[in-house]
Design a protein. Structure first.
Length: 397
């Protein structure tokens, strides 16, 4: 297996290929309230930015500005951010790190808040890694955080403080928004968007939803047949050397069905994948004693991975991916004519791939799967089974 070649290819791709992140028409307003029409580099930020790059025209110099000098910026019909000094609670929502204090612990910070709904009542978001917070205001109130907090109680259980529902009930009074409706609202973007839309519609107010097309996870289902080029070796240090095997570059076939979930941020460059795959390996040899040794290996392998795309143009893109694969073997054994058969054990391994996709329909991937000791259930035996796969893909939908 030419592992070095695959590593070199992935390194070159990582260094020299760039995502289709382009400058798009937008504006920003500085501290003196001067509005500048410009082109802003749209990263489709997952985490709220603290700076951005812009150009005054396609051929002009690229410049960088920060939250210190800009109070608002936006990309036409796509996104808008406003600078605000707010009280924010950054208590962890990870179960093992929950606070034992019920009330929020506020710190004053200057942030770019992302505008989600803009109207008579406005909804904003702030995200930083695992931290997600939502803010709001109406024409009569200042911007403040919608409060939701999980915490550890005195009897070591998990409690939840739903203060945001009371905030909504008080500030979003409308015939279409009942107490029962608010009690069913969860602290998540889709629920909050719906209630702010309902309030603005109820008041006959025009509003803009900046997240109208940006909050959906895209799903692709693809068939993925391919060729496996596999190497398989065994070693029994305490046994006869004639029982050891060393097969190199044996050809086999694989067939997979891949589900791909494309994440709704960063210009759809990230995806999660799961690909149940049937594969087999068959080989035989005659040892120095003219005894026939045969290997029959069949398995269902389930790689679960993460993929990153590099857009070349509107129809072509490159990708790299890494995965953890669980391998479930069946009808798999090594047969010796003068020795007991050895059964294979299910295991796991890692995969690293590089590929090309055209028109969101056709794909070609080169993937390396690390070695797997399929005889680990035998104390005196060692084995290694690794594979390079050439995978052809066709996206059904």
């Amino acid at each position: 297996m030419n592992k070095q070649l695959l590593c070199i290819l992935i390194t070159i791709l990582s260094i020299h290929s760039y995502s289709q992140i382009s400058f798009e028409k937008g504006y920003f307003i500085d501290n003196s309230n001067k509005k500048t029409e410009c082109l802003i580099k749209n990263y489709d930020w997952k985490n709220n930015p603290t700076q951005f790059e812009y150009k005054l025209s396609e051929n002009s110099e690229e410049k960088n500005v920060t939250i210190r000098t800009v109070k608002e910026f936006g990309i036409d019909n796509t996104s808008k951010y406003i600078r605000q000094t707010v009280n924010i609670d950054k208590s962890s929502d990870i179960t093992s790190d929950l606070s034992d204090v019920r009330n929020p612990i506020f710190n004053e910070e200057e942030l770019f808040l992302k505008v989600i709904i803009e109207g008579k009542a406005n909804l904003y978001s702030y995200e930083d890694g695992n931290l997600k917070r939502y803010f709001y205001n109406t024409s009569n109130t200042i911007i403040e955080q919608l409060i939701y907090k999980r915490y550890k109680t005195s009897d070591n259980t998990i409690g939840t403080y739903y203060r945001f529902r009371q905030q909504l009930l008080v500030d979003l009074k409308c015939d279409a928004i009942s107490t029962n409706y608010i009690e069913k609202v969860d602290y998540k973007k889709s629920d909050l968007i719906n209630i702010f839309k309902k309030y603005n519609e109820c008041n006959g107010t025009e509003f803009q939803n900046f997240e109208q097309n940006d909050n959906k996870v895209l799903f692709n289902l693809s068939i993925r047949p391919g060729i496996n080029i596999s190497s398989f070796s065994t070693n029994n240090p305490s046994g006869a050397s004639s029982r050891n095997l060393d097969f190199k570059n044996e050809i086999g076939f694989r067939f997979g069905l891949e589900a791909e979930f494309i994440m709704p941020f960063n210009k759809n460059k990230w995806a999660l994948t799961i690909e149940p795959t049937y594969q087999y390996f068959n080989a035989e040899k005659t040892n120095i004693n003219d005894d026939l040794i045969s290997v029959n290996y069949e398995s269902i392998e389930i790689p679960i991975g993460i993929r990153h795309y590099f857009f070349l143009n509107d129809t072509s893109k490159l990708f790299i991916n890494g995965s953890f694969a669980m391998d479930f073997s069946f009808n798999s054994e090594i047969k010796y004519t003068e020795f007991n058969s050895l059964d294979f054990k299910s295991g796991s391994r890692y995969g690293f791939g590089i590929g090309y996709k055209y028109n969101d329909l056709y794909s070609l991937e080169l993937r390396y799967l690390t070695g797997n000791d399929v005889l680990s259930n035998y104390r005196s035996w060692e084995s290694n089974y690794d594979t390079v796969s050439v995978i052809f893909g066709y996206t059904l939908f």
